[in-house]
Ligand binder design. Structure first.
Ligand SMILES: [Zn+2]
Ligand SMILES: [Zn+2]
Length: 271
């Protein structure tokens, strides 16, 4: 059984109660946190999750809404955790790690070895990376197209055997690109950014400012053969109009489309 908890679903400036996009995926004893925005400690607390249970943290890219909580989370491990606790394994590209280290440097400086002791897995930024974190859990990182300053990676999680055969895909922040279909091929759940609406802002129909639309998300879900599509990172200017974005994606994609709220938890059963 796999559980996905939407800790936050918002854009850089999120809608009220949306908070910045971040997710926790529970698979057996593994707990994968995806992104770490400025309110990550409050987001985890609101969902009843202790940082102590996180085993891996994947950082999609360095933008503040995805990375500014890193020093705060490390501070928790420094000051609140049992000293026997294993600090989570950090997974990111070299470019993103460089930014995380700068953030820690200006926030708290050296942390008595807590940050330094966290195991790291550096994944490629320019090509597809595969990281096996458990004999039956494979993480595939796929380059997206978002920002030269903050190159981003999508994440595909595949499970098998005792966890059942499941595929979940997270695009992170991205403009439309061919890698998204590769990332999401046959995904049971595709979590796709839809910062903009092609219906409400036709001038953004081809994507804008390194981001996608709900229409693009729907097209990618269909092309990838995904079953369910979650629209996230929706710009705050659309507050109260999420329905328009859902219908926009539904015109492209026959599967289930939804716009999760922060705190929503989804369970994927056995295949
Ligand atoms: Zn973002
Ligand atoms: Zn971004």
């Amino acid at each position: 059984m796999i559980e996905i908890i939407f800790l936050g679903v918002g854009a850089a400036i999120p809608m009220r109660n949306g908070t910045n996009a971040a997710y926790l995926v529970r698979i057996g004893n593994e707990r994968i946190l995806i992104d770490c925005g400025p309110a990550i400690l409050q987001q985890l607390d609101a969902a009843g999750i202790s940082p102590a249970e996180i085993t891996h943290i994947f950082f999609t890219h360095r933008h503040g809404d995805h990375a500014l909580g890193y020093p705060m989370l490390m501070l928790w491990y420094e000051t609140c955790a049992d000293e026997r606790l294993q600090v989570p394994t950090l997974i990111a590209s070299a470019q993103t790690f460089e930014a995380l280290d700068m953030l820690m440097g200006v926030s708290y400086g050296p942390m008595d070895g807590v940050t330094e002791s966290a195991p790291r897995i550096t994944v490629p930024q320019e090509s597809i990376g595969r990281t096996q974190i458990h004999p039956n859990i494979m993480l595939t990182t796929v380059p997206m197209i978002h920002s030269d300053f903050a190159p981003s990676l999508g994440l595909r999680i595949e499970t098998r055997n005792q966890f059942g055969n499941h595929v979940i895909a997270f695009t992170s922040d991205t403009s439309p690109n061919d890698n998204i279909v590769l990332l999401a091929r046959n995904a049971e759940l595709l979590v796709h950014e839809a910062a903009y609406s092609a219906t409400l802002n036709p001038e953004y129909a081809a994507g804008a400012y390194g981001h996608s639309t709900a229409q693009i998300a729907g097209r990618n879900a269909k092309a990838a053969g995904a079953k369910r599509l979650a629209l996230v990172h929706i710009d705050a200017m659309y507050e109260g109009q999420e329905r328009v974005l859902i219908e926009e994606a539904q015109r492209e994609f026959d599967g289930h489309v939804f716009a999760p709220v922060a705190g929503l938890s989804i369970t994927l059963g056995d295949a």
